[in-house]
Design a protein. Structure first.
Length: 276
């Protein structure tokens, strides 16, 4: 698999390492982000305006979860983890134009989004851009300073089963509500996951059997959990990576078990009605 799968493996099992020492900056000591507020995030750091030609990188979320050994700087690329502070100055003193690529790695937090603020000139307000790129490349020069914030949340303990999502879809019997968001029952499994059979998501949920079929049921449920308001363990990208990894390795049962334990989480399903 490619970078997405290797990043997933790192996020699930990397050992703790030493912090990358590149300088620090002042940040809000209470600057944490929970599940309830990540969807309308605004950077909470009391961060002073960066100097021109300077890139500051911040993390917002469960900071103790960032324990991977940083890879350091290689030709303008930084892999950052184990912050001793919320923010880090990773580059200063641009000569001409410099492209800097930054990748965030986490051990148990779920990556949500990036927020990039660019400051052009000494008296201009920042331009703020939100996205989901990781890694992300930032271009700075002697006229621009930038603050890049990686937003994360702690891994959740809720989940809704394949039966719930089957019975709360547009195809649901009776008066049960349609709880699907982002994805639709008529989308094709292989279009969404990049692998697997050319069947609709609702068909995958309704298909019995073991092996890849069992993975299909739990993969669709996991993706819908991750996309919804459920406080779920995995992100959408992680669910897709697990499924792609399974098709690459043939380890369908292992992948199904990873997702099933989260779809059947101890805290249960917070949505209107759980299925069987």
């Amino acid at each position: 698999m490619g970078r997405l799968t290797s990043s997933l493996r790192s996020s699930l099992g990397a050992a703790a390492g030493a912090a990358l020492i590149l300088g620090a900056c002042t940040a809000d000591p209470n600057g944490t982000t929970g599940e309830s507020d990540v969807r309308s995030f605004a950077p909470s750091f009391t961060q002073s305006r960066p100097a021109q030609g300077t890139l500051i990188v911040c993390k917002d979320g469960p900071r103790s979860d960032f324990t991977n050994s940083p890879a350091g700087q290689t030709g303008g690329r930084f892999t950052l983890a184990a912050f001793p502070d919320d923010c880090r100055t990773v580059y200063t003193g641009a000569s001409g134009t410099v492209d800097i690529t930054v990748e965030e790695v986490a051990s148990s937090g779920v990556f949500v989004k990036t927020v990039l603020q660019t400051f052009v000139g000494p008296n201009q307000p920042p331009t703020t851009t939100e996205g989901t790129a990781n890694p992300i490349t930032v271009r700075i020069n002697n006229d621009v300073g930038a603050i890049l914030t990686f937003v994360n949340r702690a891994r959740g303990n809720e989940g809704c089963t394949p039966g719930f999502w089957k019975n709360h879809s547009v195809n649901a019997p009776g008066n049960q509500s349609d709880e699907w968001v982002t994805y639709t029952a008529g989308q094709y499994f292989d279009d969404v996951f990049g692998v697997g059979p050319h069947v609709t998501l609702i068909t995958a949920l309704n298909t019995g059997g073991g092996g890849a079929k069992a993975l299909g049921r739990h993969a669709v449920a996991a993706l819908l959990n991750a996309a919804s308001s459920v406080n779920y363990w995995y992100s959408e990208a992680e669910v897709i990576a697990i499924v792609q990894d399974a098709y690459g390795s043939g380890q369908f049962e292992t992948a199904k078990n990873l997702l099933a334990v989260r779809n059947e989480a101890a805290a249960g399903c917070p949505l209107p009605r759980n299925g069987d």
